[in-house]
Design a protein around this ligand. Structure first.
Ligand SMILES: Cc1ncc(COP(=O)(O)O)c(C=O)c1O
Length: 404
């Protein structure tokens, strides 16, 4: 409520609630303001009614829309849509899972069918295989590197083909143009989780994706201090995603939105450096006698090395490297424990290099046969390469292998 001088004496509480408002500066602030308000005021009841009904654009309540979160989502949309003729739009979320669950619910209904990549993030798998199945949405999980398997799995009720640009932990590259074609021929949408790539490596909508989703917690935020998510799509689909988000409620908090927006400014610098360092680490470890295999698309031994060259910008292949040491589970865990520069921790995409034994952590629910089928050896250790000097990371990893 604005301060109204001269309106007569009022009680101390009214006075406390009638303080002067912060000025709106005429100059442009160099940083994006953080709007913490949950609630917005109107001059008239008609304006209030028009904004609430959607006949007039505006802000009313932060779970519905909020300026700082919107600015973040629009910024991601600008990056994802940089090479497109049409304008694409973003929706902000409180987490990557908030974005994924909302998008998948927005595009399906009871009786609908999804074709999803077999090796996807564990919670996305359980969302599709558990929660959504309970609500009548069935999913077939297939090897997305085999287009015939994807084509064979789609059916008239298929609404979504779902994949990740780069999958965890083997860094499998999805053939996005082929998947888009299969989805569209079946009347379905291609939804891509591009968390491991980020728009600094690949923009899936340029290759036919209909919706791109990120856990912004990872590369977009980039500093392991913020949880958030974002979805980008054309106008019709993003309106459906927004309406579903408003009902489900995973709205992005303004302070988180500010940090994620700030992260975007250094995203290409960070991801370029992380990709280069990851490639150097992968190349240095691949031929070590204690190593069975290294997964990184920069290596010519990687099954999708050539595809990465077609889809990814400037040879960048991401900051995740998975090393398969010889000697099984104990050797892998001991290798991770001997690393000094890398911290044993979950998550990825931050400034510090993190390492983790895959079968006992991110993929602990898979049995030996499933791990084997997914190309994950019992000793697999995943690195999320940070911004340290690459030679230091290489030296540290070689020392940890040599001393095994
Ligand atoms: C590929 C991928 N997608 C989605 C998520 C979920 O993101 P969040 O933890 O922000 O909900 C993760 C988290 O690790 C992820 O790795």
């Amino acid at each position: 409520m604005p301060h109204t001088p001269g309106s007569g004496p009022v009680g101390e509480n009214t006075r406390a609630l009638s303080l002067p408002e912060a000025p709106v500066p005429a100059e442009r602030p160099l940083r994006m303001p953080v709007y913490r308000a949950t609630t917005y005021a109107f001059d008239t009841s008609q304006e209030f009614a028009d904004v609430m009904s959607g006949s007039q654009d505006g802000y009313s309540y932060a779970r519905i829309d909020s300026p700082t979160a919107d600015a973040f989502a629009s910024a991601v949309a600008a990056l994802e849509g940089a090479g497109l003729d049409e304008t694409v739009h973003g929706q902000p979320f409180s987490s990557g899972m908030g974005a994924l669950s909302t998008v998948l619910m927005a595009l399906t209904e009871a009786g609908a069918h999804v074709v999803a990549a077999r090796s996807i993030y564990g919670n996305t798998y359980s969302l599709l295989d558990g929660l959504l199945r309970r609500f009548g949405v069935s999913t077939d999980f297939v090897d997305v590197t085999d287009p015939d398997a994807v084509r064979a799995a789609v059916r008239p009720e298929t609404r979504v083909v779902f994949t990740e640009t780069l999958s965890n932990p083997t860094m499998t590259v999805s053939d996005l143009p082929a998947l888009a074609q299969i989805a569209h021929e079946a009347g379905a949408r291609l939804v891509v989780d591009s968390t491991f790539a980020s728009p600094a490596i690949c923009r899936p909508m340029e290759f036919g994706a209909d919706v791109v989703v990120h856990s912004a917690t990872k590369y977009i935020g980039g500093h392991s201090d913020t949880t958030g998510g974002v979805a980008v799509a054309g106008r019709d689909l993003i309106d459906r995603v927004r309406a579903t988000r408003v009902d489900l409620g995973p709205c992005l908090a303004p302070d988180e939105a500010y940090l994620l927006h700030r992260g975007l400014e250094t995203l290409p610098l960070r991801v370029a450096r992380q990709s280069e360092s990851a490639a150097a680490l992968a190349a240095a470890l691949e031929d070590h006698p204690a190593v069975e295999r290294v997964d990184h698309p920069s290596l010519s031994s990687h099954p999708q090395h050539a595809l990465a060259g077609k889809l990814f910008d400037q040879g960048r292949c991401g900051g995740i490297v998975t090393v398969h040491p010889k000697g099984g589970r104990d050797a892998g865990m001991a290798f991770a424990d001997r690393l000094r520069l890398s911290t044993i921790a979950p998550s990825l995409g931050g400034t510090h290099t993190l390492a983790g034994h895959v079968p006992t952590t991110t993929h602990r629910t898979m049995n030996e046969a499933e791990l084997g089928a997914a190309g994950i050896s019992p000793g697999a250790v995943r690195f999320s390469v940070g911004l340290e000097d690459p030679q230091d990371l290489v030296d540290d990893a070689l020392r940890a292998l040599d001393n095994g």
